[in-house]
Design a protein around this ligand. Structure first.
Ligand code: ADP
Ligand code: ZN
Ligand code: ZN
Length: 803
């Protein structure tokens, strides 16, 4: 092949097609589909992905590829194709689709290192010359030698060496020193017999290796035999042992060897639910299942046993969970069943750690990946199942380009690999449940909890009544009584403060002045620890004022309820209780989240107080009371999913209580007890909620009755953005038929963020074809302005954020 088709990394390039480049002779056989190359582009040199090869080109005088960045493809053919599907689906640039599939390491600046795999004496002379006894050396040494690119390729294919990317800065690949015998066991025995008795330590070490002739971490050996480095070095010097440097993967779950678990005997209900999934695995047919089951109904066990089946067929599995950093307990269950066969990918990992986990997948060292959204792009080549747990979670939608939904990608990959896709939830999205009822997905129901455990009783407390009775605290009489009761019985309590929509804003009690961000038009939030005001959108900070900037009164206070404030109130009303607070502030350090949970699990505290993050996946034996402090705070957001989200959250947090022997109870405090989200969640009545909410959606033309596309515009000039959004509306009206409805243009609920004015248009439509041309025309029309980066204009299919 003489010609490479390349997608170049040119930010906001108006050109989104492939470019042909000549493959110079020295790079023949090295350039492959799925590698990155450096190519000339205008006056610059840019990175690009080789997406295809051809024997000739319709263009003359092709410029040559300058360099290769990879010697083994980092994207499979399937993923290359998927990137083009993703581009079509989300109307993004192909380059951002490609980049979304890879760990960030491949975007950052990095160095390459050569790691030798084969023993020195088995290496070709040329390579030995460059290595000069080193097992690891900079790639540039190879580059500067007489070794050709095709030789490099060959060395890698022959497994003589490997190339690794080094993230600059602190994320270096970790190496550890191992000790291993340099001689056969019988020689070790001989040496041991001939060694004088006073070399006691050396003899002990030798005996160790006679019994266990395998490689061991130097530090472990020293510790285990209670010795020092001296005797080891002595044996190394005599050529009996040798020291070896080996890569250790940065393992975020290091040192936590899960006790392994065996598949449980499934209940009848579980068996009925898993059979169709196993059928689909057996027959290699794509199908999407919706596994609807209340918390504790045994969904996870079904995932585990389905994966077991996939692995026994020699295939691979992807499991998506909302945000693993938040659910360490979930990860543990997969590690406990499949051990080292599991890679974990989530946003809490450093760039280096993510790269390590990705490499395990790429090198086919693991067959299961448990990860957040982007794990859907795991480079497996023989996928046997894709599972999306808590399918209703909004984190599966990516908010940046490409604005994809992991569920849609899953269905596409499921089709590519002809394997099942399983969506699991106690509270499926209306879209998914409606599809299941129509037979587009196959519905699998688990109607009961394992062991017939009943769901905890839910009491709804009307906080307006509390106020009438003269209770001005944040805790209703009932909740107070129950908390006291649990403390006495040494049981534990989970309290959730639903903070979305709430904030600790600052207001003057004299004149009502509030303090807003100068760039974003929203109230700034008070942070007690630093005694500062912060904007949650742009991160701007201000000192907390001592007097009102408007009337100079000193009666300026912060209002609203934050977790800190609740913690103070808890300490005041329940002085004997230990409280662990879990929110953005206490969990921003790595591992902090897990530590707090472990402490709570060890009963080091009576009350776990937190935001939404505690609603998910937690499973503590001793928790018998769950309290929700402000159940309705998200009911009134400008979002058509507000009721659905409230219902989901309330159902989920209730599921945290009484999961084991002790029965559980739930108290929901609200100012709108009559709202159907609150009422039906307290009765665990998903079906009734679904029917009620479907009526609302039908009436107002929302999904699942209509699809939505949201066009967001922003500009630092208010007039310009109004003009542009009018033009958008004009193009859309002209190009769409009467099956589509255009809403707007309207100012976004947050009119200004980071000094940019924001407007939006929404289209409701029945079929993508009806809007396709109009949206492409819009993007086309504004191409120039977008590229000059003055106007931002994005199209979001299946939008989740309307602010
Ligand atoms: P879900 O994922 O639906 O919340 P889980 O799979 O976590 O449910 O199951 C809830 C509890 O029941 C867990 O402690 C699990 O170990 C247990 N469990 C699940 N299936 C079985 C089974 N077939 N037999 C006994 N216990 C089971
Ligand atoms: Zn701001
Ligand atoms: Zn004032």
């Amino acid at each position: 092949m003489k010609v490479a088709k390349v997608i170049v990394d040119v930010a906001a390039s108006p050109i989104d097609s492939t470019f042909d480049y000549d493959i110079p002779e020295k790079l023949e056989h090295v350039v492959q589909k799925g590698i990155r190359v450096i190519v000339p582009f205008g006056k610059r040199k840019v990175m690009g992905f080789v997406v295809d090869l051809a024997s000739d080109s319709e263009f003359d005088q092709l410029k040559p590829i300058q360099e290769v960045m990879d010697y083994t493809p980092i994207l499979t053919s399937e993923l290359l194709e998927l990137s083009s599907w993703l581009q079509e689906q989300t109307l993004c640039y192909r380059i951002s689709a490609l980049q979304a599939m890879l760990p960030a390491v491949f975007k950052a600046s990095y160095d390459k290192e050569v790691w030798l795999i084969e023993e020195e004496d088995h290496l070709p002379e040329k390579l030995r010359d460059v290595a000069q006894g080193r097992e690891v050396f900079p790639f540039s040494d190879l580059d500067n030698s007489s070794i050709t690119h095709s030789q490099v390729s060959k060395y890698i294919n022959d497994q003589l060496m490997d190339i690794k990317y080094i993230v600059k800065g602190k994320n270096r690949i970790k190496k550890h020193t191992y000790v291993e015998p340099a001689q056969e066991v019988h020689l070790l025995m001989e040496t041991n017999e001939n060694m004088p008795g006073r070399a006691k330590k050396q003899k002990e070490i030798l005996e160790h290796f006679i019994d266990h002739p395998e490689s061991v971490l130097l530090n472990d050996l020293i510790k285990q035999l209670q010795t020092t480095r001296g005797p080891v070095d002595a044996l190394v010097e005599k050529g009996i042992l040798k020291l070896v440097q080996k890569e250790v993967y940065r393992d975020p779950y290091e040192g936590k060897n899960e006790e392994s678990t065996k598949p449980l005997a499934l209940t009848n209900l579980q068996q009925q639910a898993i059979d169709p999934i196993l059928d689909s695995i057996e027959s290699n047919t794509y199908r999407t299942f919706l596994l609807h089951g209340v918390t504790g109904s045994g969904k996870t066990e079904i995932y585990l046993q389905s994966i077991q089946e996939v692995l026994s067929k020699g295939q691979e599995a992807i499991v998506l969970v909302p945000e693993i950093a938040l659910t360490p307990q979930m990860v543990s269950r997969f590690k406990a069943r499949f051990g080292d066969d599991v890679a974990v990918l989530h946003s809490g990992l450093s760039a280096g750690e993510k790269y390590d986990e990705w490499r395990k997948i790429h090198r086919q060292e693991v067959r299961v990946v448990v990860g957040a959204r982007s794990a859907i792009f795991a480079p497996f080549e023989n996928l046997g199942i894709i599972i999306i747990d808590e399918e209703h979670e909004t984190t599966y939608k990516q908010e940046d380009y490409p604005k994809y939904h992991a569920r849609e990608v899953a269905k596409q990959r499921g089709t590519n690999h002809q394997c099942p896709v399983v969506l699991g939830s106690a509270t499926p999205t209306l879209e998914s449940y409606a599809r299941a009822l129509k037979g587009v997905y196959q519905l699998l129901e688990l109607t009961e909890r394992i062991n017939d455990k009943s769901m905890p009783d839910v009491e709804i407390v009307d906080m307006r009544q509390e106020l009438h009775h003269g209770n001005r605290t944040m805790f209703s009489d009932s909740l107070t009584e129950k908390i006291n009761d649990r403390i006495e019985r040494q049981e534990q309590v989970v309290l959730m403060l639903n903070r979305r929509g709430y904030s600790t804003f600052v207001m003057c009690r004299e004149c009502g002045e509030t303090i807003s961000c100068e760039h974003c038009d929203i109230s700034m939030t008070y942070h007690q620890r630093q005694h500062k005001l912060k904007c949650h959108y742009c991160n701007d900070e201000k000192p907390m004022p001592n007097q009102c900037p408007s009337c100079e009164s000193d009666a300026i206070r912060f209002f609203g309820t934050g977790t800190q404030k609740v913690e103070e109130a808890l300490n005041f009303h329940f002085p004997d209780a230990n409280v662990i607070r879990m929110d953005v502030d206490t969990t921003n350090r790595k591992g902090a989240h897990e530590k707090l949970l472990t402490r709570f699990g060890n009963h080091e505290a009576d009350i776990l107080l937190g935001t939404q993050m505690i609603a998910k996946g937690l499973d503590f034996k001793n928790v018998t009371l769950v309290g929700v402090l402000a159940a309705d705070s998200m009911l009134h957001l400008p979002d058509f999913r507000a009721s659905e989200k409230s219902f989901q959250l309330l159902t989920q947090v209730s599921g945290r209580a009484g999961r084991h022997e002790l029965p559980g109870e739930v108290v929901i405090q609200t100012y709108t007890p009559e709202h159907y989200s609150v009422e039906l969640a307290s009765q665990y009545d998903y079906d009734a909620f679904f029917r009620k909410e479907m009526q609302v959606r039908k009436q107002f033309h929302y999904p699942p009755y209509y699809y939505l596309a949201l066009i967001n515009l922003s500009h630092d000039n208010h007039i310009e953005v109004i003009e542009a959004s009018k033009k958008v509306a004009q193009i859309i009206s002209k190009k769409t038929n009467d099956r589509c409805q255009l809403m707007g243009p309207t100012p976004s609920p947050m009119l200004r963020i980071k000094d940019r004015y924001r407007y939006q248009c929404m289209i409701k439509y029945k079929s993508r074809e009806d809007v396709e041309e109009a949206l492409r025309d819009v993007l086309d029309h504004f191409k120039k302005q977008i590229n000059q980066q003055k106007l931002q204009l994005t199209v979001d299919f299946e939008p989740y954020h309307f602010m």
